[in-house]
Design a protein. Structure first.
Length: 366
């Protein structure tokens, strides 16, 4: 991808390559969309918004391998009260502000002041007591999104709870796995991601973006859901071909006058409320699966992003060649079409997670 960001591109300082996913602080920098399918942006407005977003991306997308704050860095603390992580990088998610954080170690949710928002995502409560279920079910298909019925996916299975724990790094790493399990399985089934290669690609991406299901929210830019999709992308699943009708109805109840997104990517007020809708468990993984199958094509088709299920079927694939001499394929292409155009400091971790997921899903083929 060249200019336009993906579902959750990063434009902030990056966390350690090995230990933490980057802060997904930007995402698709598209011209502003409007909730109503009858509305459209003028070409001049679109061009202006795109140009401004492009400048923001250019100015802020560098990925640093040297510490930006704390020990061994030129400055002790991060600007704008961002957390300084254990490894010396600035951000505002749990991996920056949690264990090992050096300074400003408080996660600050943006303000909803002046906005009535009736939506509050549930707080997962880790299950204790019984062991996870190891039962793998052959999927009967269930309800499939009407745009996806022609896609092939074999063998179709519902992974077990134990397999989800394993893919996400274990019970201690993923305390919320059981809470989100049925929502993840339902989303993969609905969008035909429930065959071994696709399960590996989808869940490796979700693990990276959500820190193993620990957070479905990125407070810097209001990214929400299983891939931290930012609000600038929400209108894509609210209208047009491939929209999500049930989710649209939820937005209509909360925003009876319509949900509109401008060029401002600051997380506050209406955007925060919209993000909360996407963070609901029944929406978080459906929107992530929707991006894999429809959103990527609608948003980034000009950059070669299509149906990412087909790329998952390829396997790992190959990275993009120098100066675009070779297109990325397989999981490399999926990462580009989800993360966006900023330098991807987290690619190494994505690949590690993909290989770990494949160790689990390859057993489903035996």
């Amino acid at each position: 991808m060249e200019v336009t960001g993906g579902a959750s591109a990063s434009i902030g300082l990056q966390e350690s390559f090995r230990h933490s996913r980057p802060a997904n602080r930007g995402a698709a920098f598209f011209p502003p969309f409007i909730h109503d399918s009858s509305s459209s942006s003028s070409s001049s407005s679109s061009s202006s918004s795109f140009f401004v977003a492009f400048l923001v991306l250019l100015l802020a997308s560098s990925a640093a391998s040297e510490p930006q704050c704390g020990l061994g860095a030129a400055i002790a603390t991060c600007a704008n009260n961002l957390c300084c992580s254990q490894f010396g990088f600035c951000g505002n998610t749990i991996e920056y502000c949690g264990e090992g954080c050096q300074s400003n170690c408080v996660l600050r949710e943006p303000s909803l002041e002046g906005v009535r928002c009736p939506v509050t995502p549930p707080t997962p409560k880790p299950y204790t007591g019984r062991a996870c279920s190891s039962r793998v079910r052959v999927s009967g298909g269930g309800r499939t999104h009407r745009s996806l019925r022609a896609a092939s996916c074999s063998p179709r299975v519902d992974i077990s709870e134990c397999q989800l724990y394993e893919i996400m790094g274990g019970r201690s790493r993923c305390p919320n796995c059981r809470f989100y399990y049925r929502y993840i399985v339902d989303a993969m089934k609905k969008f035909r991601l429930n065959c071994p290669d696709r399960i590996a690609a989808f869940l490796a991406t979700v693990r990276h973006e959500t820190d193993a299901l620990r957070t479905l929210f990125q407070p810097v830019d209001c990214g929400g859901g299983g891939i931290h999709m930012i609000p600038l992308n929400f209108p894509l699943f609210l209208s047009g071909r491939g929209k999500l009708p049930a989710l649209r109805r939820q937005f209509e109840r909360v925003f009876p006058r319509g949900f509109r997104v401008g060029a401002n990517t600051t997380c506050a007020r209406e955007l925060l409320c919209a993000s909360r809708i996407v963070q609901l468990p029944q929406n978080a993984f459906e929107t992530a699966a929707w991006w894999f199958q429809i959103g990527s094509r609608r948003a980034l088709g000009a950059q070669g992003c299509r149906d990412l299920r087909r790329d998952a079927d390829v396997g790992l694939g190959v990275p993009e060649g120098p100066n675009g001499t070779r297109p990325a394929t397989g999981f490399y292409k999926i990462s580009r079409c989800v993360f966006g155009s900023a330098p991807d400091a987290g690619l190494g971790q994505r690949l590690d997670y993909y290989h770990e997921a494949r160790m689990v899903t390859d057993k489903l083929l035996k």
